[in-house]
Write a new protein. Structure first.
Length: 340
């Protein structure tokens, strides 16, 4: 069996490509396996995968969307029967077509806690701006003394330069109560927040008992903080549009670690400018990487990072190990995490 692994470039200070490759090499322990690991230097266009995958039976690490999972693209790889994306999320594709071709496609639920923690870090940044206050203390010259031997800048100590927001007793709304949303909800509950959520399907089970499941309008109307954890689909695109923002509490906080396309960025900018939104913490944008200047970059009401919520060393290696485990389950005729 020919297996191709597309190993994403490592851009982390505490993890090397060699460490990731070492984990992928566990596949060599499988019987009758011919393994090829490829580390592209750039994002690949759909047609650029053809030479890499060739006549492989399985590919792990492929981004799943209709740009690659379609009749024309798959015609170049007639032997392909297993495809794994290393992400939680994936794009839309022709599910029925892949079933007809008897191709199994899986995803990897590796980082619910990691991504939720990062979302919470964005919320803490919005609420406290710790680095702003740290820089103020560290960059002030405390050696300049007045005639009494006191620091000239003593008034700076204990000064608050951004509003400090307490979350206790406020309402946290979760849009999408999947694994990541549930992890974020637990954090909110631990901070003494009331937790409400909206999902397309109601969640059932004791683990959700502390969450009040509501309709979308109620989520918008009652939440002081809204954190987005839903997949990006044709149905969820631009869910947070001008109408949605108009229904929110004045001064609400929005956190997004899911997909940028769930938010109409023009409408969000208007909501920030009007005060309808107090602030937004965003790890994702509509265009990634940005293809032009973005008004969201020029306001102190946003904290923006480059889609890195999932990038801890632990989660990166866990994703590889889980992808391998999923593949072994497939070989043993008990496939798991199947998305088609």
């Amino acid at each position: 069996m020919k297996i191709v692994v597309i190993q994403e470039t490592v851009k982390m200070p505490n993890l090397t490509a060699a460490e990731v490759t070492e984990h992928w090499n566990q596949l060599k322990k499988l019987p009758n396996v011919e393994l090829k690991i490829v580390i592209p230097e750039k994002y690949l266009m759909p047609e650029e995968y053809h030479d890499i995958i060739g006549d492989a039976d399985a590919v792990l690490g492929l981004w799943v969307s209709d740009k690659v999972i379609n009749e024309e693209w798959l015609s170049h790889h007639p032997n392909l029967k297993y495809i794994a994306t290393l992400g939680h999320g994936f794009g839309e594709f022709d599910v029925e077509m892949t079933r007809r071709k008897k191709i199994t496609i899986t995803n990897t639920i590796y980082g619910a806690q990691t991504i939720a923690e990062y979302g919470w870090a964005l919320l803490m940044e919005v609420c406290h701006h710790v680095n702003v206050h740290s820089d103020m203390i560290k960059k002030t010259d405390w050696t300049k003394l007045d005639e009494r031997g006191m620091p000239v800048e003593r008034a700076m100590y204990g000064n608050v330069v951004t509003p400090q927001i307490e979350l206790y007793g406020k309402t946290c709304g979760i849009f999408g109560l999947g694994a990541i949303g549930l992890a974020f909800a637990k954090m909110a509950s631990g901070f003494g927040m009331r937790v409400i959520s909206y999902s397309r399907h109601k969640k059932v089970g004791a683990i959700y008992s502390f969450v009040e499941q509501v309709d979308f309008d109620t989520l918008l109307r009652e939440s002081d903080v809204i954190s987005i954890h839903a997949p990006y689909t044709a149905e969820t695109a631009d869910t947070f549009d001008k109408e949605a923002f108009s229904k929110m509490k004045d001064g609400a906080i929005l956190i997004n670690t899911a997909r940028g396309g769930l938010i109409d960025e023009t409408a969000m900018m208007e909501a920030l400018n009007s005060g309808k939104l107090f602030a937004a913490g965003l790890d994702v944008l509509r265009d990634e990487p940005p293809v032009s200047d973005n008004p969201l970059f020029h306001t102190d009401k946003t904290s923006i990072t480059g889609h890195i919520a999932w990038l801890t060393k632990e989660s990166r290696l866990r994703a590889v190990d889980m992808a391998i485990e999923n593949f072994i389950h497939y070989l043993n005729a008990i496939p798991t995490s199947v998305i088609n």
